[in-house]
Ligand binder design. Structure first.
Ligand code: 4NP
Length: 163
């Protein structure tokens, strides 16, 4: 396997690390495995309010309905040290990037950070909406958005492999 496909380390970040980024971690990990990519995928949250908790029950439910089990994930807080560990860090929304900058201070590396939805709609700076205050349909919507972006990430890397 070419070097650029080995050991990619990707971090997904949202505010609480219980709704959006656990879905993003689970979906990308699942798709990478299916594509035969040995990637490390993790997630974290900027606010630290839910550290140690499992993903929100509706994120778990919607993921499982799509064949992705995220029940063993536990929330952790994002830190500047994540810039040493990961090749690429996807933020679910613009406010998350601002929080990452505040937490990481001079360890923040612009080149490693991208809004997840820019993978699907480059330059749009679209947010994955926060489903936390809403009901189940919001979680299905968020799942679809994250899945489409993850499909694009996998497609880009697997097409590189076939060049
Ligand atoms: P998430 O959603 O960032 O997608 O995990 C949230 C979950 C909890 C809170 C905010 C957002 N909260 O403030 O507790």
């Amino acid at each position: 396997m070419p070097d650029y496909l080995c050991g990619m380390k990707i971090l997904m970040v949202c505010l609480g690390n219980i709704c959006r980024s656990p879905l993003a971690e689970g979906i990308l990990q699942h798709k990478a495995q299916q594509a035969g990519l040995s990637w490390t995928v993790d997630s974290a949250g900027t606010n630290g309010y839910h550290v140690g908790e499992a993903p929100h029950h509706l994120s778990q439910k919607v993921a499982l309905l799509n064949g992705v089990d995220i029940s063993s994930q536990r929330s952790r807080r994002f830190s500047g040290a994540d810039f040493d560990q990961f090749d690429m860090i996807y933020a679910m929304a613009g406010d998350v990037v601002e929080e990452m900058k505040w937490l990481a201070k001079n360890r923040f590396q612009e080149a490693k950070v991208e809004l997840l939805m820019n993978e699907l709609h480059p330059g749009s700076d679209m947010d994955v909406p926060d489903p936390w205050y809403g009901t189940e349909p919001g979680y299905h919507e968020v799942y679809k958005m994250i899945e489409a972006a993850c499909d694009r990430i996998i497609a880009r890397h697997t097409s590189l492999a076939h060049q």
